[in-house]
Ligand binder design. Structure first.
Ligand code: FES
Length: 314
């Protein structure tokens, strides 16, 4: 996959615990590749690969911007960005990748953000402003910890609603989910519990799955998953994949040579074709269309949606 060399041109802490980083092309190019709103940038964070949503202009951008919440109990990528990264440093990244794009057929976009989940939502709002799309934004955050509020206010005006109390947010969410015209698509990004609530209520209120879009932060939030068996098509060998063991680990353990890098579902290295059964996608790499096609999965985080799966390792 194409790699980018990026140089850090600015660092900022917009609210406590969040560091915003601006990158430019390390080779001096004035424009970086255009990306789809809601895309993430996979950054090599001192040997660990992490994905962060891009928050700036998506079309012919001179710079890329990300905002990173410091997670003291995380895997280390956010601490590296907060503590180690300096202006002038050069980092390696992959081309931006979209797993949370605005639906082209939507007539209205309802955007729901929680905490640092505001980052891909900001990208959507920026594009909506640019293209004259109809948006409504609900942003729940802790008091004094609302990153990017001023930019959102400037872009969305009174279509932005801010909530620092859970009860107020939940009550308003009910009203908003119940009142959306046909053709509205819902996008949600935030803490797992909040996302699960928003998506469950939308489903209960009759929103079809095709109009629900969500972006999860990464595998930190993934559960150990259900056990299943995997069959390797070429040999007919069947392996058990217990709960808490990834498909990648099971295949490596059995002696299969599977390329892998991040083991977080963000880099795209461990892609494996699926030839039987249905995958349960849990990665941030494949697009929605690729996930729906169900003929490939990222085996470091994704599993079987059922008791069995058959993969090709040719
Ligand atoms: S190893 Fe990076 S997506 Fe699986």
């Amino acid at each position: 996959m194409t790699a980018l060399e990026l140089v850090v041109t600015a660092l900022d802490d917009p609210v406590p615990g969040v560091r915003s980083v601006t990158f430019a092309a390390a080779d001096g190019s004035e424009v970086l590749p255009t990306y789809v709103p809601g895309s993430h940038l996979v950054v090599d964070c001192g040997g660990r690969t992490n994905a962060y949503s891009l928050t700036g202009d998506a079309v012919c951008p001179p710079t890329y911007s990300i905002s990173v919440l410091r997670l003291d109990d995380g895997a280390g990528g956010s601490r590296w960005i907060h503590d180690e990264l300096s202006v002038g440093d050069v980092v390696e990244a992959r081309l931006p990748r979209s797993a949370f794009a605005p639906a082209s057929k939507a007539t209205r976009h309802l955007l729901v953000a929680g905490g640092i989940g505001v980052t891909p939502i900001l990208s959507h709002v920026r594009a909506a402003d640019q293209w004259g799309r109809d948006v409504q934004v609900l942003y729940a955050h802790r008091e004094g910890r609302g990153a990017h509020v001023a930019e959102l206010r400037e872009l969305a005006g009174d279509r932005l609603e801010l909530y620092t109390d859970q009860a107020g947010f939940v009550a308003r969410l009910e009203e908003v989910l119940a009142a959306q015209p046909l053709g509205t698509h819902l996008y949600v990004c935030g803490p797992t519990a909040m996302m699960d609530h928003v998506l469950a209520r939308a489903a209960e209120l009759g929103w079809p799955p095709s109009r629900l879009h969500s972006e999860r932060f990464g595998i930190d939030v993934l559960d150990p998953g259900e056990p299943f068996t995997v069959t390797v098509a070429e040999s007919g060998t069947t392996l058990d994949v217990p709960s808490g063991t990834s498909l990648l680990e099971a295949l490596l353990e059995a002696g299969h040579d599977i390329p892998n890098l991040c083991r977080q579902g963000v880099c795209g290295e461990c892609r494996v074709p699926v030839v039987g059964g249905r995958p349960l996608h849990r990665d941030l790499f494949l697009t929605e269309d690729e996930k729906e096609a169900a003929d490939v999965l990222m085996c470091c985080v994704s599993r079987a949606d059922g008791p069995t799966l058959e993969v090709s390792l040719r």
